[in-house]
Write a protein of this length. Structure first.
Length: 371
């Protein structure tokens, strides 16, 4: 029975609603050696959680064999979260003065919870398969399982690559030939020794659209992302003041950024998800900037309850909206921004003063007419 266990596990993943499932042994993959240098170079910015180390002083995310010595295999599951809404690069003219929230954050439920719930279902079915056969796991006796969504001691995309989920694109996202890159990943560590799949071949070829499209040039080389320059990092993880030189490149993004995925040829025909909890909530696609900039704590908690947008915190979201208003070129925002120059949040007030200066400069120096 256990000779076909990988097939049974993939069936369990499909039953739980996952679109893809692959298996990979715990190994010291070459890509894992890049991570310590990336951290040493400070490219993770203020994301201190990425610096977590084990008792030996090694980075946990690159040391799975030491952090979980009982783990023999990793089950990697993926689910499509794409919707039928246009991409940020396809938005029509009438939305150019509105904000952009990353596609993954439009949903009715935080993806961490949605994916983890499905992983737990796979865990339960796998435990049932083992229990009904009386199988004893070699070396450990009892089956050990542990599920993670973005929080585990491993770099998910590396294991996803070797599990056959997809290849690692030049924008560092996992790309699947059929589904594209709109994928949430979840992993289950297991003490079972399972027959692995085959790694996915790299199909990016000579394409560099993601690199050239990045407004802040955050993809400094193929597969090398400097988070300190990334719009997603700036709008979600970065606290306090945004460097002046990076503000114009943020455009109208208020939470996350999809540009490097929006321009990817492999996403041209990406299907919409069948998971209802990933459908877009009303008001989160192209949200009104002045609404976000003047949002109060009670409304923030109500609107974004259970949403990943809460990670930016209200101060960060309002700051981002103010920057987007300045970048919009729309002079209708000037009165609102002038009020916000006196806001009780000094971060919002400082960025509002910058936005007013940008818009007033555009008033003084209008674009010459061709007529």
């Amino acid at each position: 029975m256990f000779s076909d266990l990988p097939t049974r596990i993939k069936e369990c993943a499909r039953n739980a609603g996952f679109d893809l499932c692959g298996i990979v042994p715990v190994r010291d993959f070459a890509e894992l050696h890049i991570f310590p240098d990336w951290i040493a170079d400070g490219k993770h910015g203020e994301m201190k959680y990425m610096e977590a180390r084990d008792e030996a002083g090694e980075l946990k995310r690159a040391a799975l064999a030491r952090v979980a010595p009982w783990a023999r295999s990793v089950i990697v599951c993926a689910i499509n979260y794409n919707t039928a809404h246009p991409y940020s690069t396809q938005v029509q003219k009438e939305h150019e003065n509105r904000g952009w929230i990353s596609r993954y954050a439009w949903s009715h439920e935080d993806y961490h919870d949605a994916v983890l719930r499905r992983l737990r279902q796979v865990e339960g079915e796998l435990q049932g398969l083992v229990d009904t056969t009386g199988y004893r796991v070699p070396g450990t006796g009892n089956l050990q399982l542990r599920s993670y969504v973005d929080t585990g001691p491993l770099i998910e995309r590396v294991y996803a690559k070797y599990a056959g989920i997809g290849w690692i694109g030049k924008n560092t996202c996992i790309i699947n030939q059929q589904l594209g890159s709109w994928l949430f990943l979840g992993v289950i560590l297991t003490s079972l020794e399972l027959t692995p799949g085959l790694p996915s071949p790299d199909r990016c070829g000579t394409c560099t659209r993601c690199i050239t499209a990045c407004p802040t040039q955050a993809i400094v080389a193929p597969g090398d992302l400097d988070a300190r320059l990334c719009i997603s990092y700036l709008t979600i993880e970065k606290r306090g003041e945004i460097p002046h030189e990076l503000r114009p490149g943020m455009g109208r993004h208020v939470f996350g950024c999809d540009i490097c995925q929006d321009v990817c040829p492999w996403n041209r025909k990406s299907p919409a998800t069948s998971a209802t909890e990933f459908e877009a909530r009303e008001g989160l696609v192209n949200p009104a900037l002045d609404w976000l900039a003047e949002m109060q704590p009670e409304e923030f908690r109500a609107v974004f309850r259970g949403s990943p947008v809460r990670r930016a915190k209200l101060s960060g979201l309002r700051r981002n909206a103010v920057i987007a208003m300045g970048n919009s070129g729309d002079r209708k925002f000037v009165p609102t921004l002038k009020r916000l120059c006196e806001d009780s949040d000094p971060v919002v007030a400082e960025h509002a003063r910058w936005a007013v200066a940008i818009l007033e400069q555009s008033i003084q120096s209008p674009v010459p007419s061709n007529q």
